[in-house]
Write a protein that binds this ligand. Structure first.
Ligand SMILES: *Cc1c(COP(=O)(O)O)cnc(C)c1O
Length: 366
């Protein structure tokens, strides 16, 4: 048989993580609450759903490969130039493109130990070497990341802010300081998948033409379009232009392009979602505290629940919840894996959690 490339040969068989659908097939039962993937249970704006319906009749067409209308809407929304924006198949897709632009064998890339695994997956896929920095008190360690990038001459630092899986958030001034302290040869890959849930004035102000930063945003979380696969990156035109060399020509489908544009235009709905999410997080906190567990303050649409007794106990709680058909996830490494991660749900899911969690915790404690 023809040999796989050396990079592919070196890769593990697995994808970044196992989907809830796989788990449902394995367990031969459906989840009753889907609280593990940080999806937006409130869904997109009704205006978006109308647009999706309209767009379906044009499904026979190739969409605009340049995503022009959507890029223009994004530029207007942020007060940026269209040259500073690239649209792609969600942040996940764009992270892959970023790695393709900068990562090859011999290139070091810095991230936090236990941070978003899909980024790592792409780095390894292009033959890069991951250098990991531990979290500090459940926050990604900004100073540690910059230090490590200096030490190993890292090409990229990956930082999710707000963070996944812990939900913690560094305020704008901290990130602005980080940007001004980056080593000359390092690019900051700033994943802001949850930015809409943070307080707007707290997001960092970064010159879009700064050649050391690319920021990533998505329609999957606050805008409720995870299944559509659409996101964007903001960065200097030189880097943004390079994405055009390598991106899938028709990567973003016609429904996603149109839905995302309408989603962006309905900021009133977005506000109602972020308010509902804030309310639900307070509910989850009450439920969790009632069971004698603690939450980690979250700037996202999920809550990391500190189960307080190490990995085995957290895993038991997670496993029991899954046995009750509640889909949740947990961080993969020490010391984050003393936590489980619960995404925001609607009343129905919160009620389930309120009824089930106390029993589960009790059972796991014995
Ligand atoms: C959910 C998530 C993503 C995925 O975003 P898509 O646009 O759906 O690909 C990226 N980064 C982080 C940190 C996430 O939690």
């Amino acid at each position: 048989m023809i040999k796989f490339s050396r990079i592919v040969d070196s890769l593990p068989e697995s994808t970044p993580f196992v989907g809830p659908e796989t788990q449902q097939r394995q367990r031969q039962t459906q989840f009753v609450a889907r609280l593990g993937a940080n999806e937006n249970v409130f869904g997109p704006s009704p205006e978006v759903l109308k647009e999706v319906e309209k767009a379906t009749s044009d499904i026979w067409m190739y969409a605009d490969p340049e995503n022009f209308d959507l890029k223009e809407a994004i530029a207007t929304h942020h007060g940026l130039n269209i040259e500073n924006i690239v649209v792609g198949e969600g942040i996940d897709g764009l992270l892959g493109y970023l790695c393709r632009l900068f990562v090859e064998p011999g290139v070091n890339v810095v991230t936090s130990k236990g941070a978003y695994p899909t980024f790592n997956y792409h780095v390894l896929g292009f033959g890069g070497e991951l250098k990991v920095v531990p979290y500090k008190n459940d926050f990604e360690d900004i100073e540690g990341l910059v230090c490590e990038a200096k030490r190993c001459e890292g090409s990229i630092i990956y930082l999710a802010n707000p963070d996944n899986p812990m939900g913690t958030f560094h305020s704008g001034s901290v990130i602005e300081d980080m940007v001004s302290n980056l080593p000359a040869g390092t690019l900051l890959c700033l994943d802001e998948a949850y930015s809409e849930f943070a307080i707007k004035g707290d997001l960092p102000k970064i010159d879009p033409n700064n050649t050391q930063v690319v920021r990533f945003r998505t329609f999957s979380k606050a805008y409720g379009l995870a299944g559509a696969r659409v996101g964007y990156a903001i960065g200097p035109s030189k880097i943004i232009k390079a994405f055009d060399k390598i991106r899938n020509h028709f990567g973003v489908n016609i429904i996603a392009q149109r839905a995302a544009k309408v989603a962006l235009e309905d900021q009133k709905y977005l506000l109602s979602v972020t308010n509902s999410v804030a309310h639900a997080k307070r509910e989850i906190e009450k439920i969790v505290k009632n069971c004698g567990l603690e939450v980690i303050p979250s700037a996202t649409n999920f809550v990391a629940v500190d189960c307080g007794r190490g990995r085995d106990f957290a895993f038991k709680v997670l496993d029991e919840l899954i046995k009750q058909d509640i889909f949740v996830r947990m961080p993969s490494v020490e010391p984050l894996n003393r936590c489980i991660r619960i995404s925001v749900g609607k009343q129905k899911e919160l009620t389930l959690l309120r009824n089930i969690l106390p029993e589960v915790v009790k059972r796991c404690s014995n």
